[in-house]
Design a protein around this ligand. Sequence first.
Ligand code: ADP
Ligand code: ADP
Length: 233
Amino acid sequence: RLATSIRNLKKEYVLKSETVRALRGVSFDVPEGDYVAIMGPSGSGKSTLLNMLGCLDQPTSGSLLMGDDDIITLTDDQLADIRSKRIGFVFQSYNLIQQLSVVENIQVPLYYQGRLGAAELERAKAMAERVGLAERLDHRPSQLSGGQQQRVAIARSLINDPFFILADEPTGNLDSVTTEEILGIFDELNNEGRTIILVTHEDDVAERAKRIIRLKDGMLDRDELISEEKRAA
Ligand code: ADP
Ligand code: ADP
């Protein structure tokens, strides 16, 4: 796992009558083991930045280095490859497949790579155990609480030993007790050295990160380190 480096990143959407400048030159680094919260008002470019970090879309200009790869130079197939092997996605609405069991959902990223054997099944079980779902392997998502479903999504995000975990409003659908449980898992993963990048509207959630990056009008407004005292509070 290596650092991610963003330099003068710009993204323009060309519509019929106008060009929307969604990102207007954003630069920052995410070292290995960092825990970053991205905040900002609606329309400030958070989703666009997340789409770039998730290799779902390419920038108009600038660079986004993940290790040695600059995503602006990659083909769609290469981006899909990075997405499935190097990025762990966690979404607000969990995005689990309802027809699949817990342990099957956790293996979905491996399915895209054609890798489904005994070793992969064991790894999926280990990930389920990692997030406290060892007793729920054969349950379907509909048989789980929201917090349990988000645990499945976190286990799924870990299955490929990703570069970083990209979480889009991961606690947006959860009550405060369950939010605390999920943030506790992120704390543990980060303490183990995993890099986490999350987007949130909630100050309480953002202040659990090591750092808050605020976007405004497609630009980086503030990049603030959270003190240990504040994180512990
Ligand atoms: P946020 O996630 O902070 O709400 P977005 O990244 O979604 O911000 O949007 C930033 C700007 O880019 C907004 O003006 C939005 O309308 C525009 N935008 C985002 N995605 C698209 C798109 N696919 N096509 C055109 N405009 C877009
Ligand atoms: P969020 O709720 O995370 O801020 P948005 O509602 O801004 O997200 O955007 C949701 C999705 O719609 C994003 O993936 C974004 O790319 C797309 N989008 C946002 N604005 C536009 C737009 N003006 N035209 C087309 N797609 C857009």
